[in-house]
Design a binder for this molecule. Structure first.
Ligand code: FAD
Length: 559
């Protein structure tokens, strides 16, 4: 018996059938669709997926015909009698209830969209995006009322995808996020370029401000700001669907999700659980966490079917890898970010580089913002984030693989990766990150983050710009001293030895050469500004524009 269709449930059912032709498999889904693409739901709003029906992947007839699986839709499992190994099912069409017995039960009930009881919520049109019914309802409502503005609350990946698709459909959109940034899988410095991208695409982006109340067609924020909006999409997060399990005495873990062992068994030897409803083991933090993503749910479901059929599961634990499109940018992340590491007792360092994603003279060669985080002193890779116009997922997937196999930054340096000019560079961004990280790990040079530069400027630190004159003239950090790398060795006497020297170029590569040259000349307090002028501009732009603060650069370079 399987509770819940869609990702985990349907996947478990199909694998069970492949492993056992005679198994009796019944899957209960409380919604009308037993298998649909959750991940494609937002794309219906822009019309990229034209009909809501196209989101539905399988129906009970196909399940029966092709797999001999009894998939029952509009059928909610309302209780589990563990002693008698039976479940009670409510037919949501007739209202009748009935019992079924099981040998093995798989819980894959997913998660519920959180809709908090914010004062006045009954006065606004609130929607969530969780299934085909939701998206169809939202899309129809939008077409009917033709709203002057739609507000998306929550800047996680679902909120971002909904926002983008609404913009593509030609709507006025506000995105409100309580945290100071969208997409918390990325660090604050990395995500600033996405804030700019969202703003540049006409979205009213409000970060660091909370919705405190609603009034008729109005969203009220903690800051006092009000947004007139006829449609509200609530995407502030999800809560594991645990009610059924809890009522049956299935234990929850400390995250509030269902606790499972490495074989995805609950505290009942005949009840498994998978997907968004469970907590999993994080190999980096060595602790449990919630990981609401499709890939893990599908793989856990397959593993459970294997275990039921006596095949061993080699559960290697999880690190969390995800990718999202934000208008013209792609953004991918894996493992731990700095924010996650703050609360942990792990010593770490990081590299932030902005290499080209392909050979620079090739068409469509673009700057790639790339951050790799590693443990000290082991050099073990802990996480990565990549944001750019190209195939950022490739870079992050390689790092995700490396993390799973316990790689160090020295291993990244040596990876043999595919190369031809339309695809990458001879020394790929990953190798490059490995070189820089290895140099930092082994103490070859010191760095500061692009996000430290504002404070350096305010404190009148000695900032040395080693770009060429035409680059400096096009825009520079306000009180930077300009000595191009090509003149550095002749003019080194102009640079003081008794104060820290913060060196930058456009992306951090030429300044690294300058740092080494200065170190060789006896300078001991030299720091490379990671990410260079490009990084500083990307990091400053959104806050400069939205907070109305004084820029620290004369002109931005955001190419
Ligand atoms: P689900 O797939 O949600 O299935 C659970 C099902 O159980 C539901 O249909 C529910 O109705 C049913 N159910 C619950 N309780 C009962 C009951 N008592 N009786 C009967 N049925 C019940 N992940 C990614 O990795 N990449 C993406 O790009 C991505 N995009 C997403 C976009 C959106 C809009 C959404 C909503 C999710 C997205 N996800 C994405 C997340 C991914 O879809 C989930 O992690 C995955 O579906 C979880 O699988 P699951 O089986 O645990 O839950």
């Amino acid at each position: 018996m399987i509770v819940g269709g869609v990702a985990g449930g349907a996947s478990a059912a199909a694998r069970l059938r492949r492993l056992g032709e005679d198994d009796e498999i019944i899957m209960f889904e409380k919604g009308p669709d037993v298998s649909f693409s959750n991940c494609c739901l937002p794309y219906h709003l822009s019309g990229q997926i034209k009909k809501a029906e196209d989101l539905v992947l399988m129906n009970p007839k196909i399940f029966k015909g092709q797999y001999n699986i009894d998939a029952r839709t509009n059928s909610e499992v309302i209780s589990i009698d563990r002693a008698n190994k039976a479940i009670e099912v409510k037919d949501l069409v007739t209202g009748k209830t009935y019992n079924e017995s099981y040998d093995k039960l798989i819980l894959s009930p997913g998660a519920r969209a959180i809709v908090p009881p914010i004062p006045g919520i009954e006065k606004v049109n609130v929607f969530t995006v969780k299934n085909v019914v939701d998206i169809d309802k939202l899309n129809r409502f939008i077409h009917e009322v033709k709203p002057s503005r739609i507000t998306v609350i929550g800047g996680g990946f679902i909120g971002i995808e909904v926002m983008e698709n609404l913009i593509e459909a030609g709507h006025q959109v506000s995105l409100v996020e309580a945290l100071p940034q969208v997409l918390s899988q990325f660090d604050y410095d990395m995500v600033q370029i996405l804030h700019k991208e969202i703003m540049d695409n006409g979205v009213e982006l409000v970060v660091g401000d909370k919705v405190t109340a609603f009034d008729t067609n109005k969203v009220m924020l903690e800051s006092g700001k009000e947004i007139e909006s006829e449609v509200i999409v609530m995407s502030i997060g999800i809560r594991p669907e645990t009610t059924l399990a809890e009522q049956a005495g299935i234990k929850l873990g400390k995250t509030g999700a269902i606790k499972v062992d490495p074989n995805f068994l609950t505290n009942d030897a005949d009840i498994y659980a998978v997907g968004d409803a469970i907590e999993v083991y994080n190999i980096l933090t060595q602790d449990s966490f919630k990981l609401a993503l499709a890939g893990p749910a599908l793989k856990q479901a397959r593993a459970v079917a294997d275990h039921i059929h006596g095949k061993p599961i080699n559960n290697t634990g999880y690190i969390g890898s995800s990718v999202v499109k934000v208008f013209n940018y792609n953004a991918a992340a894996t493992g731990l970010n700095e924010k996650a590491l703050e609360g942990l007792n792990i010593e770490y360092d990081w590299v932030e580089i902005i290499p080209y994603d392909k050979v620079g003279i090739m068409p469509h060669s673009e700057a790639l913002g790339f951050k790799v985080i590693f443990e000290k002193p082991t050099g073990r890779v802990l996480g990565a984030q990549a944001i750019g116009h190209g195939n950022v997922d490739k870079r992050v997937d390689v790092i995700a693989t490396a993390i799973k196999f316990g790689a160090t930054v020295d291993n990244l340096r040596d990876l043999e990766l595919c190369y031809a000019p339309p695809f990458g560079t001879g020394k790929d961004a990953i190798n490059f990150a490995g070189y820089v990280a290895s140099n930092i790990l082994h103490g070859s040079f010191k760095q500061v983050s692009m996000s430290d530069v504002r404070e350096l400027v305010e404190n009148k630190a000695y900032i040395l710009d080693v770009r060429e004159i035409y680059e400096y003239e096009a825009g520079h950090i306000k009180n930077a001293i300009h000595i191009p790398l090509s003149q550095l060795r002749d003019r080194v006497s102009e640079i003081p030895k008794d104060v820290p020297v913060y060196v930058h170029c456009r992306s951090g590569q030429r300044s690294y050469n300058a740092v080494l040259a200065l170190q060789a000349k006896g300078y001991t307090q030299v720091f490379n500004v990671s990410g260079g002028f490009l990084g500083v501009c990307a990091n400053e732009y959104f806050n400069d524009k939205t907070l109305g603060r004084d820029p620290i650069v004369t002109e931005y370079d955001l190419k």
